[in-house]
Design a protein around this ligand. Structure first.
Ligand SMILES: [Zn+2]
Length: 322
C-alpha cells in the first residue's frame, strides 16, 4: 500500500521540506529535515504510528544538503530503549554525499553560500555562515553508500530502487518502489522553484539536471513525491505529492522552466556578453520577465529572483562551454 510511505511536512520559513516515514519490516526515514525537525514534526509523525525516533532503523538521504540530512545526527544519537551494543540506525547516501554528512565546510563553501557569492552579497553570505550551525545538526556517518541501480530492501516487501539523479546536487538520488509505483524524486525536479517568484535551484550541472528529469519522466510511477512545495507554470498550486498525470505534467514543466531559462540566458548573452555576473543575472531576469512564463519577484537588493542565481550560472557555464 502506498500509505506505507508517509509524507512528513517539516515547516521551513515560508515554505517546507518533506521527510518520508517508510513502514517496511522496520521503520525507515527518507531524509531527516534540518537540525530542528527530527525532534519536532518527524517525531510527531512517528508517534502517530506508535513509534519514536529510537525505532528508526534506517535513514536514506536523497542528498546531503542540510535541509534533508540535518536531522541525521539527532536520529542516529537516539537508541531504542533497553538496546545493547551499537543499535544506531543505518545511514545510506549516494557515494558523492559522504563529505556533506561529515563536515560543515562543503556546505559553507558550496551550495549554501553559492547565490550570495555569485551575486557579490558579502553581508548576506556572513549571515548565512553564522546561522548554519542551527540548521545542520552535526556530522553523521554513512553505513552504506549508494550507487545508481542499487536496491534498498527495507523488509516487508518494501524494496526501493536507487536512481542517481544529479543536477540539483551531485549526490542526489531518487527512490522508486516499483511494486507500488511510488517515486520519491526529492529535489531533482523543481518546477519554478520553492520560493514564490523565484527560480529552480540546480547547483550542479544543468545538463545533468535535464537528463535526470528525462529519466524521471520514463519511470512508470503512479505516485510522485517531491521534497518541497515547488511552483508550477500557469498556476499558484504547489503540491508535494502528485498522481501519474499530475506528476508527469510537473516534470514536463520542470524541463520547460529550464528551456525558458536557457533561452533567457542566451538572449542576455547576445545583448550584453561581457557583464559581470550580478549585472548579467539582472539582464537574464529582464529576459525572463519579458517571456512572462511565471511571475517573478526579484529580490529588491540583488534584482534577481530568489534562488535563481546558481542555475543561471550553471547554464552560462554550459552555454559558454559549447
Ligand atoms: Zn537540496
Amino acid at each position: 500500500m502506498a500509505s506505507r510511505i508517509v509524507p512528513i511536512r517539516c515547516p521551513y520559513g515560508t515554505t517546507a521540506v518533506m521527510a518520508y516515514l517508510v513502514l517496511g519490516a522496520e521503520p525507515a526515514l527518507v531524509d531527516t529535515g534540518d537540525a530542528t525537525h527530527a525532534r519536532g514534526p518527524i517525531a510527531m509523525a512517528l508517534r502517530e504510528h506508535g513509534l519514536d525516533l529510537g525505532d528508526v532503523r534506517t535513514v536514506v538521504n536523497t542528498h546531503g544538503h542540510y535541509d534533508h540530512a540535518g536531522g541525521n545526527a539527532a536520529v542516529a544519537a537516539i537508541r531504542p530503549p533497553g538496546s545493547v551494543g551499537n543499535a544506531r540506525p543505518a545511514v545510506l547516501i549516494h557515494e558523492a554525499g559522504g563529505a556533506l554528512l561529515a563536515d560543515a565546510a562543503p556546505h559553507l563553501e558550496g551550495y549554501f553560500t553559492a547565490a550570495a557569492r555569485l551575486l557579490a552579497q558579502p553581508a548576506q553570505e556572513a549571515t548565512l555562515r553564522a546561522g548554519f550551525a542551527t540548521l545542520w545538526g552535526g556530522p553523521s556517518t554513512p553505513t552504506r553508500t549508494l550507487a545508481d541501480g542499487d536496491r534498498v530492501d527495507l523488509g516487508g516487501g518494501v524494496v526501493l530502487d536507487v536512481l542517481h539523479l544529479p543536477g540539483h546536487a551531485d549526490d542526489h538520488v531518487g527512490l522508486f518502489w516499483e511494486r507500488e509505483g511510488v517515486l520519491i524524486a526529492g529535489d531533482a525536479a523543481q518546477g519554478t522553484g520553492s520560493r514564490v517568484g523565484g527560480g529552480p535551484l540546480y547547483f550542479g550541472s544543468v545538463r545533468m539536471a535535464r537528463a535526470s528529469l528525462a529519466r524521471l519522466l520514463a519511470v512508470p510511477f503512479r505516485t510522485l513525491h517531491v521534497s518541497h512545495p515547488f511552483g508550477m507554470l500557469g498556476t499558484d498550486d504547489r503540491a508535494t505529492t502528485y498522481g501519474a498525470a499530475g506528476g508527469r505534467a510537473f516534470l514536463a514543466a520542470s524541463l520547460d522552466v529550464l528551456d525558458t531559462t536557457e533561452a533567457a540566458v542566451r538572449a542576455a548573452l547576445r545583448r550584453r556578453p561581457a557583464e559581470p555576473f550580478p549585472a548579467f543575472a539582472r539582464a537574464v531576469t529582464a529576459e525572463l520577465e519579458r517571456a512572462g512564463r511565471w511571475p517573478l519577484r526579484p529580490d529588491p537588493q540583488t534584482g534577481v529572483p530568489p534562488n535563481a542565481a546558481p542555475t543561471l550560472a550553471g547554464i552560462v557555464a554550459e552555454v559558454d562551454g559549447g
